[in-house]
Write a protein that binds this ligand. Structure first.
Ligand code: SF4
Ligand code: SF4
Length: 182
């Protein structure tokens, strides 16, 4: 086993998220309650066990996993955990870490593209502008012509507004984004 003494990821996780991975006693309730566990390469309880090993290889496997990108932060695992381990918070931290260390799973780029398109829409209009979001997402993922037959039907039904609604106080939106970036 390759021990991670230099990086001390267990201590860093505790410091940044408040999660003590050693408190997990592998009851499996998080995995049983997770709607996407079956799709994950490492379901939540297995991920906790891998973190407990203090093995760099296991940590890197988690950072490169699909698991952290499939988690939808529904909080089911946290609600069920007898030790109140905040797995959603941990997943957030691991996603950020994977990006910083450039270890992201290749499937994550679609999730990230959606997040970025969503945030840009809110940043520039103060609201969610659906057409802008879809166009931005498709350009980022190169899925330009996918679902082309769906959009006209949605226009007809009035589900897609052509022009964005823009909030009047854009300064406030700018302040929120600057504070988050800090
Ligand atoms: S927060 Fe994530 S890991 Fe926890 S139950 Fe929901 S999807 Fe699963
Ligand atoms: S529910 Fe909590 S204690 Fe049980 S396996 Fe999951 S994280 Fe560990």
């Amino acid at each position: 086993m390759h021990t991670c003494e230099k990086t001390g990821y267990i201590s860093e996780i505790k410091l940044k998220t408040g999660v003590n991975v050693n408190r997990c006693y592998q009851c499996g309730k998080c995995t049983a309650g997770c709607a996407v566990a079956e799709e994950m390469d490492y379901p939540p309880s297995k991920m906790m066990r891998m973190l407990q090993t203090r093995d760099d290889n296991n940590y890197n496997k988690i950072l490169a996993s699909e698991t952290i990108w499939l988690c939808v932060s529904c909080q089911n695992c946290l609600t069920r955990c007898p030790m109140e381990i905040d797995i959603p918070q941990l997943m957030d931290y691991l996603r950020e870490k994977a990006i910083r260390k450039k270890k992201m799973n290749k499937k994550a780029k679609h999730v990230l593209a959606f997040h970025r398109a969503f945030l840009d829409s809110v940043k520039y209009t103060g609201r969610l502008y659906e057409i802008g979001l879809i166009a931005d997402y498709k350009v980022r993922t190169l899925h330009i012509f996918q679902d082309m037959d769906v959009a006209p039907k949605m226009f007809v039904k009035g589900k897609l507004p052509v022009l964005p609604e823009i909030v009047e106080d854009k300064k406030q939106i700018k302040t929120i984004f600057s504070k988050v970036q800090e």
